[in-house]
Design a protein around this ligand. Structure first.
Ligand SMILES: C[S@@+](CC[C@H](N)C(=O)[O-])C[C@H]1O[C@@H](n2cnc3c(N)ncnc32)[C@H](O)[C@@H]1O
Length: 358
């Protein structure tokens, strides 16, 4: 399904609300364009490319950094007000769609939330991913989907680009024989990709997990509204409660860059434990690997960590996921990494694939 597939739980707003969102988008577009270019000119003029502390004293950087942080705050302020105003309608849509009960959702089943998940309100989302105001609260999912869409447009990611749809195309090309009986998506958040898998693999039983109950409730109602059957569970991807060799296909979308480095190996080990012989896991994420970035983009990447509440961004950029998969038990030749051209927009997606040999 395309990113711009409509569904009744989406956060709606009026004319003024739309103008506020467009104002945020215009600022984010300028940040990515002319404002960032002027920082780059000053970076290129540095005598020593490592002297980025000097760059931080330049007006170009101060302007870009200040507006960048302010635009993120403004985005959440605008969307949080709209979520409050539209909450009752979304809640009743969610209740109506839950009645369909094709899929399911179970929350309050997690023994312990990994400590890192509460270390920051990632990219400034109000209340963080674990926001849960009781009464089957949906706010975390509402905010994540609306904020994610607006942020992505500001990054130049196309309206149609769905990471799920892109990965599914890749799976079909690379593993044409794969006919999964059970599929697991790890770190599903608001379910933006979860509804794609039952559509692509209608005979498979599809499961999706996340740590956040507010995301899972929203994701479940969203997927029911799209007539897609998914079973959502509150579980830690590093310690699920599924039996050994339970899945033929495991996927994740933008999960690893939001996991603390010390927890990543547990997720890799869990993938190895959960896959049947012949099964495959694919982890798609942002293309920020340090080795492929020039000095300027490394500087920008550090800004994400230091000023955009992305505490694990640079750890992920430096991580060697393929080696981690091998250390988890996957065979040397059964692990690979590549970049996939997005469906729509200039940003490629990074993918690490690991297969369990039959
Ligand atoms: C950037 S979001 C990914 C969103 C979604 N997959 C997408 O691409 O739109 C990362 C998600 O991973 C979840 N997460 C982080 N650590 C996790 C873990 N150990 N187990 C399960 N989910 C986790 C977070 O709660 C968050 O919802």
């Amino acid at each position: 399904m395309a990113r711009n597939t409509r569904h009744p739980l989406e956060l709606e707003t009026d004319h003024d609300g739309t103008s506020r969102r467009l104002a945020v988008l215009a600022i984010k577009t300028a940040l990515r364009g002319t404002l960032q270019e002027s920082v780059k000119r000053d970076y290129n003029a540095l005598e020593d490319p490592e002297a980025t502390d000097t760059l931080k004293t330049r007006n170009s950087y101060r302007l870009w950094s200040g507006i960048n942080r302010a635009s993120q705050n403004r985005m959440w302020q605008v969307l949080a007000a709209q979520a409050d105003a539209d909450y009752a309608r979304i809640e009743s849509e969610a209740a109506a769609n839950r009645q369909r009960a094709n899929g399911s959702v179970e929350t309050a089943t997690l023994r312990a939330v990994p400590e890192y998940q509460t270390r920051a309100a990632v990219h400034g989302q109000p209340g963080g991913y674990m926001l849960d105001r009781g009464n089957d609260d949906l706010a975390a999912g509402i905010l994540y989907e609306a904020g994610g869409n607006l942020y992505a447009m500001g990054q130049g990611i196309g309206h149609r680009d769905s990471k799920g749809e892109r990965l599914i195309r890749h799976i079909r090309e690379r593993f044409p024989e794969l006919e999964p009986v059970r599929i697991l998506e790890m770190g599903c958040s608001a379910g933006g990709q979860s509804a794609d898998y039952p559509v692509a693999f209608p005979d498979a039983e599809c499961h999706a997990i996340d740590l956040s109950p507010g995301m899972l409730r929203y994701a479940h109602a969203r997927s029911e509204a799209l007539d897609s059957t998914v079973h959502f569970h509150q579980m830690d991807a590093g310690a699920t409660r599924f039996p050994d060799a339970h899945f033929d296909l495991i996927v994740s979308h933008n999960l690893f860059h939001e996991v603390a480095a010390e927890h990543m190996p547990a997720i890799a080990a869990e993938c190895h434990r959960l896959l049947k012989p012949g099964g495959v896991c694919l982890h798609q994420d942002v293309p920020i690997q340090t080795a492929r970035l020039d000095g300027f983009m490394r500087f920008i990447s550090e800004w994400q960590r230091d000023h955009n509440d992305e505490p694990f961004w640079t750890d992920f950029a430096n991580a060697d996921l393929p080696s981690m998969m091998r250390e988890a038990g996957f065979d040397e030749d059964a692990v690979s990494e590549e970049y996939l051209k997005a469906i729509d927009g200039p940003i490629p997606w990074y993918v690490v694939t690991a297969s369990r040999l039959a």
